[in-house]
Design a protein around this ligand. Sequence first.
Ligand code: AHR
Length: 504
Amino acid sequence: MDMKNKVSITVDRDFQIAAIDKRIYGSFLEHVGRAIYTGIYEPGHAAADADDFRLDVLDAVRGLNVPIVRYPGGNFVSGYNWKDGIGPREKRPKRLELAARCIETNEFGTDEFMKWSKKAGADTMMTVNLGTQGLDSARELVEYCNFPGGTQWSDLRKKNGAKDPYNIKVWCLGNEMDGPWQIGQKTAQEYASIAVQAGKAMKLVDPSIELVVCGSAMPSLPTYPEWEREVLEHSYEQADYICLHSYYGNQSGDTDNFLARNIAMAEYIRTVESICDYTKAKLRSRKTMMLSFDEWNVWYHSNEADRHIKHWAVAPAQSEEDYTMLDALVFGSCFITLLNHSDRVKMACVAQLVNVLAPIIALPGGPCYCHTTYYPWKHVSEFGRGTALRAAVNAPVYDCADFEKVPYVDAAVVLSEDESAITIFAVNKNLEEALPVTLKLNGFTGYSEAESITMHSPSADDGNTPEEPNLVVPARGNSVGFEDGLVHTILPRASWNVIRLRKK
Ligand code: AHR
């Protein structure tokens, strides 16, 4: 362990990565586990509104200022018939849900979701079923959601209570279609062909929509990265984004390696970028393909419990993670990585939002509370809008199983839209020692007011629970000093930090 114990972060006004697309702070709500039922929707709950949406959960969601939410799956979408989830509730069929092997009541469907997202202040990223369904079902869903009226599906939407079209802009062409677990799994050839044809018909219904094609379900699959190359070669002109999915865990208990997972995320992004650019060159295209990292998170605590879920129940608890301070460090580092790749990553969804792999836990019939991961997300969403600056970070490093020279400190720097504030997000991955940090801000003058927020805990294993919902929460950070044009502060050991510099 190289512990020279000195960290410097340098930015220059002219070294900009990109204008950040706020949709990188997106999320995901799937019909899985208790995300929808007893998550955002719970008839009879004391906090439920007239639509049976839990207001305490909505408040917590609003606190994240989530710009876009992916729906309805995930693996769920590959067996889903959206027509089951519209119209009078008493007529909606109960179905076997084969992805999670439970019962889907269809009590909640497209119109309920669109109502909920409006209340949450979020746009929708709609996923279509290219597993058991295809072109017709996809184009009819676009018609149902986005066509003003005067046709079968748009008039049915009106009849179901939504006079105005939803105008959903972003559409995902299927989900994880090379995953052996996916219902209707396909080869790259098969997928590209259905995705291109469905996408073409969907854009004929509404030319203003944006399409996301499936990348490989995860970088560890043997189909990756050849899948990306083949799919892109066929769909390059039809698609607007290719998606990436990845979850990071600590099943082996190798904490040093776990803390370096955002390096794997960065490598994954760079590889997919290269395949996009190779394809662009091969096809002599003028278009640069952008990336949608529309499923990512930390996921491992619930793996064992998930092996024992009883089949054919309605909304059984699934993938309910108890996130710790350690997880929040990895989670925060991943957000830093997304910000540092914001020139190509234009959308990203934390999977998921409520109960399932979630920062918000809603207890059935009881209160809701927030896990550690809620807070880094809240901070980046609030302060991370504007321009991402290239941050040169010099920090002590360590070696671990998968990577050499892993910096103890990760950082991203954002200049706010109105340029009145510079925000530095930083993770100190050193579990033993606080690290003093010096910030050099070239080309910036007058940013002489400072505040810092930090989140850390006596043990990295600490997390919030129903009994102690506020055990790990952010607090005011160490003082920030100015000297010789430099900014100095101290990052506590094992901490997530936000340093805000403002003009007086
Ligand atoms: O987010 C949970 C699941 O993980 C999704 O359904 C699927 O797309 C992914 O494998």
